[in-house]
Write a protein that binds this ligand. Structure first.
Ligand code: 3PG
Ligand code: MG
Length: 399
């Protein structure tokens, strides 16, 4: 089944039509100031929004932000995002104080052709994430009533069976936006016949989050480089001491079995930066990965590991990277993530950075985003895609 696209919608007359765009504007906010610390996800939907504005549509944008509990919570307001979106679009964005209430209805009714409104956080309504189809459907009815057509450009949320992602497209003519289309095309290449060698770098804190994707990737990849907090459970599975590093005891057996079945494709750290405590100024040294002192905690991969990973990446033709190699938010433990990111940036391979933390790390470390072939806006979504799961938001566009 083919997916209709934004271009199909634009080929019809959209001037003066109300178009609801589901975006993923779930950006990180500074806890103290409420300021947006990384606007990558806002920039990623500009091509879709710009095209609709140009075509004279009345553009109604909706998104979630964070995980509020189904009622309004100022800490998760999208107001600051409306301001930033307006700056980037070069025209003010009208902000509705609610999602489907009086403010939303009057804001949408007041839009002139080519103007943009942003609705308040979808998750202020319990219907958005409800497991109950009737409750979700009732909320979707209200959202759909605000528009004449629907565009899904929220790649980061396509793995969620939520009202705005799954139920609204059943109620309106629906198409995939430019971002969703590009993401699906890139990840489709990785899931299909990627150029070889195909090297995957996985990090992040938990093996349990990555287990399904490791299982799915092992038969496909030529090499799987493992760093980040999850490497310690693998090191433990090899019989090494990991001190007080992050460890998922109940996953040790699983990691052992993965290592056995991996045909030597899994590459683990040979050295680790171990600290006295989980703190930015904790005393730390580089130690061998097979003997982390008992009171110390591994917070990054070591320089020899970075060199080994860089060597493994050098002749790759396709690279997928998801998850930081260490606690990159602390400068002392950012070298591993930086080193691996730089090795990927330097490569002529088709390079894909998978979502969330790794995308944020690229920008936080000041690396050139253009040096990567694609930076996905979806962390969980890109992993679930590569696992081969059916993504509710994509399935909804297909029917
Ligand atoms: C994300 O940041 O992973 C996406 O925006 C989805 O958010 P969620 O994990 O809270 O559903
Ligand atoms: Mg998530």
């Amino acid at each position: 089944m083919t997916i209709r696209t934004l271009d199909d919608l634009l080929a019809e007359e959209v001037t003066g039509r109300r178009v609801l765009v589901r975006a993923d504007l779930n950006v990180p906010l500074d806890k103290q100031t409420g300021q947006i610390t990384d606007d990558g996800r806002i920039r990623a939907v500009l091509p879709t929004l710009g095209a609709l504005v140009q075509a004279g549509a009345k553009v109604v944008v909706c998104s979630h932000l964070g995980r509020p509990k189904g009622s309004p919570d100022p800490a998760f307001s999208l107001r600051a995002v409306a301001g930033r979106l307006g700056e980037l679009l070069g025209a003010p964005v009208h902000f509705a104080e609610d999602t489907v209430g009086d403010s939303a209805r009057s804001t949408v009714a007041g839009l002139a052709d080519g103007q943009v409104a942003l609705l308040e956080n979808l998750r202020f309504n319990p219907g958005e994430t409800s497991k109950d189809e009737v409750e979700r459907g009732a909320f979707a009815d209200q959202l759909a009533a605000l528009a004449d057509a629907y565009v899904d450009d929220a790649f980061g949320a396509v793995h969620r069976r939520h009202a705005s992602v799954y139920d609204v497209p059943a109620r309106l003519p629906h198409v995939a936006g430019r971002l969703v289309l590009r993401e699906v095309e890139v990840l489709g290449t990785l899931a299909g016949e990627p150029d070889r060698p195909y090297v995957v770098v996985l990090g992040g804190s938990k093996v349990s989050d990555k287990l399904a994707v490791i299982e799915a990737l092992l038969p496909k990849v030529d090499r799987l480089l493992v760093g980040g907090g999850m490497c310690f459970t693998f090191l433990k599975a090899q019989g090494h001491e990991v001190g007080s590093s992050l460890l998922e005891e109940e996953m040790v057996e699983t990691c052992r079995s993965l290592l056995e079945r991996a045909d030597g494709k899994i590459m683990l750290p040979v050295d680790v930066v171990a600290a006295d405590a989980f703190a930015p100024d904790a005393p730390h040294d580089t130690v061998r990965a097979d003997g982390i002192p008992s009171k110390r905690v591994g917070l990054d991969i070591g320089p020899e590991t970075v060199a080994g990973f860089a060597a493994a990446l050098r002749d790759a033709r396709t690279i997928f990277w998801n998850g930081p190699m260490g606690v990159f938010e602390m400068a002392a433990f950012a070298h591993g993530t930086r080193g691996v990111a730089e090795a990927i940036a330097k490569s002529d391979a088709f390079t894909v950075v998978g979502g969330g933390d790794s995308a944020a790390a690229v920008r936080a470390l000041g690396l050139d985003e253009q040096a990567f072939s694609h930076i996905s806006t979806g962390g969980g979504a890109s992993l679930e895609y590569l696992e081969g799961k059916t993504l509710p938001g994509i399935a909804a566009l297909e029917s």
